[in-house]
Design a protein around this ligand. Structure first.
Ligand code: KIV
Length: 275
C-alpha cells in the first residue's frame, strides 16, 4: 500500500518507527521501494554525493526536478519527498509556491522538504495552502553551512536549544506534516518528538525521534569523502563495488570475459560467405 502523509501520522500515533533513506535515481528507488522503506528523500545532498560539490548550495531546481522524476518512476509504495534547493524558497512566498509546484508537477513528488524554522513559516503555510504537503528541516540545516561556520551540531546551549524547540513548534503550527531534526543532541530531539503531534525524522538526533533518515551512500559505505559520527555503515557496498570493478577489469584484460555463455550465436555458413 502507498505510504502517504497520513501513514506517517498514523505511525507516529501508534509508536511505529518511520524509515527513510535518500535516493536519486530509478533503480535505487525501485530497490528501496521493494524493501518496504516508508519514505525516500531526493535530498539536495545529491550535490555532494552524486555531483561532487563540496556542499549543497549549487544544486538547482532543474537538478532536483530531474532526479525527483527518476525516483518517482521507481517508487511505487514509498512516499516521495523532494528537497527544495537553496534559494528556491528563501526569496519569498511566491517563489516558494511556484518551485514547490514544479517539484510536484514536473518531478511527480508527493511532498516537498525545506530548511528553516520560524523564518520560513510563511512559506510553509503558503505551500501547504496550495495542497502541497511540507516536511520541514531544522537543527543543522546544510544550506546554512556558511552561516553556521561549518557542519556543526546545533542546539547545545540554553538559548540554542530553546530556539530549536520554538522553531519546531512554529513549524507544526504553520502546517508542516513532519520535521527532520538534523545533528541536534539526542535528549533535545526526544523532548521535541514528545512535544510535537507531527512526526520527527532524525539524522544524528538519536533514537527518540519518530523515524530515521540517512544518506544511502553513507549507510552503505559508498561515499568515502567524509563520514559523519552519526552514520552507521549497514553494509559495505563500496567494498563490493570495488571488488566487482577490479574483477571486471582483470577478466576483460585476460580475455576470460565475455565467455561463450555471454555471446550470441550465428550459423557458420553465414560467416563463411563473408570471408
Ligand atoms: O539533503 C539531504 O539528504 C537531507 C537529509 C540529510 C535529511 O536533507
Amino acid at each position: 500500500m502507498k505510504n502517504t502523509i497520513a501513514t506517517f501520522q498514523e505511525m507516529k500515533e501508534k509508536g511505529e518507527k518511520i524509515t527513510m533513506l535518500t535516493a536519486y535515481d530509478y533503480s535505487t528507488a525501485k530497490l528501496m521501494d521493494e524493501c518496504g522503506i516508508n519514505g525516500i528523500l531526493i535530498g539536495d545532498s545529491l550535490g555532494m554525493v552524486m555531483m561532487g560539490y563540496e556542499d549543497t548550495l549549487a544544486v538547482t531546481m532543474e537538478d532536483m526536478i530531474h532526479h525527483t522524476a527518476c525516483v518517482a518512476r521507481g517508487a511505487k509504495n514509498t512516499l516521495v519527498v523532494a528537497d527544495m534547493p537553496f534559494m528556491s524558497y528563501q526569496t519569498g512566498v511566491r517563489d516558494a509556491v511556484i518551485n514547490a509546484g514544479r517539484l510536484m508537477k514536473e518531478g511527480r513528488a508527493n511532498c516537498v522538504k525545506l530548511e528553516g524554522g520560524v523564518t520560513v513559516c510563511e512559506q510553509i503555510r503558503a505551500i501547504t495552502d496550495a495542497s502541497i504537503p511540507v516536511m520541514a528541516h531544522i537543527g543543522m540545516t546544510p544550506q546554512s553551512v556558511n552561516a553556521f561556520g561549518g557542519f556543526k551540531v546545533q542546539g547545545k546551549s540554553d538559548e540554542a536549544a530553546k530556539k530549536i524547540l520554538e522553531d519546531a513548534l512554529k513549524i507544526e503550527e504553520a502546517g508542516a506534516f513532519a520535521v527532520v531534526l538534523e545533528c541536534v543532541p539526542a535528549k533535545l530531539a526526544t523532548l521535541i518528538s514528545e512535544r510535537l503531534t507531527i512526526p520527527t525524522i532524525g539524522i544524528g538526533a538519536g533514537a527518540g525521534c519518530d523515524g530515521q533518515i540517512l544518506v544511502y551512500q553513507d549507510a552503505l559505505a559508498m561515499y568515502g569523502d567524509f563520514t559523519p559520527k552519526f552514520v552507521k555503515k549497514f553494509a559495505d557496498v563500496g567494498a563490493l563495488m570495488r571488488q566487482g570493478v577490479a574483477e571486471y577489469i582483470k577478466e576483460t584484460k585476460e580475455g576470460t570475459f565475455p565467455a561463450p555463455e555471454h555471446t550470441f550465436k550465428i550459423d557458420d555458413e553465414v560467416i563463411e560467405k563473408l570471408y
